[in-house]
Structures are given as structure tokens and as C-alpha cells.
Design a protein around this ligand. Sequence first.
Ligand code: HEM
Length: 145
Amino acid sequence: MRNMVILTLAIGLTACTTASQPSAPSTKADLYQELGGMPGIARIVEGMLINISEDSRIAHHFGDTDIDRLNEKLIEQICVESGGPCEYTGDSMVDSHTGLDITEGDFNALVENLTDAMEVQGVPTPAQNRLLNRLAPMRGDIIYR
Ligand code: HEM
């Protein structure tokens, strides 16, 4: 009987613990909120572009770039990738990066600049990783083109 009570208590406790934990996995739309919606994404992209301009490893790639357009297209793209209410109106990743001779090291440098910008904006690390995981598959369309 005593064992039954202990068992019942243990099951009850497990149920309580389980119920108090966030059960549903975060959805794509949650990521948009975690990035701070449009104002947050705009600040992240601005921070990333400033970091890039100060990064001697990759700044030279952007010498002839229309930064206002790049800023606008990056905001749209990150909005879409995080589940936000946007449409991406820019060129494909292959078209916009072909002929730029972007290496794997360049790609990693840009990811570092983006991560630093998210850190400054206080984006939680799991949300940072979720955005990076959404962008990672684009790598093959961007490097060595
Ligand atoms: C996940 C990584 C990346 C994403 C999501 C991304 C996204 C974009 C987007 C949305 C555009 C604008 C396309 C348009 O104008 O319609 C663009 C253009 C551009 N990207 Fe990237 N990019 C990435 C990596 C890189 C890297 C690593 C470099 C170089 C270090 C780079 C250099 C450029 C340049 C120079 C342009 C402007 C091209 C032009 O002036 O026409 N990008 N990128």
C-alpha cells in the first residue's frame, strides 16, 4: 500500500512537472516575434550592415552595392524566413551573388556579423540559431558562384 502511494505521488509529480514545461515547439511565426517584429529586424539588419562595413575581411565585396536596396531586401528576406507578414521582392540568391567570388570564409564572416547584431539587440540564443538555420541552406547558392 505504501508503495502504491509513493508510486501515485511520483506519477502525479511527473505529470505536474511535464505540464509546467513549455510543451509546444516554437513555430516559425514565433521567431518573427522573437526577433522583435519589423522594428527588431530593421535594427538587426542595420547592425549587421554596420558590422560588415567595419569588417576588413568582407567589406570590399560591398564597394559597388546599393546599400539602401540591400537593406530593404535583407529586411524582407529575414521577415519572410522568420514567418513574418512580408514578401521577398529581391533577386534570387544565385543571381545576386554570382560573380562576387564569395568564399566559405566570407560566408562565415557575414554570419558572425549577423550574430553579433542579434546579440546586441538582445535576441535569445535559441532564436538566433533558428534564424541561422533558416539561412544556412542558402549557402550553396551564395558561395563559389
Ligand atoms: C545567408 C547569407 C546571405 C544572405 C541571406 C544574403 C542576402 C542577400 C540579399 C537579400 C541581397 C539583395 C538581392 C537583391 O538586390 O535583390 C544580397 C545581395 C548581396 N550580397 Fe548577400 N547574402 C548573404 C551572404 C552574402 C555574403 C557572404 C556576401 C559577401 C561577403 C554577400 C554579398 C552581397 C553583395 C555584394 C550583394 C549586392 C549585389 C549587388 O550589388 O547586386 N552576401 N544578399
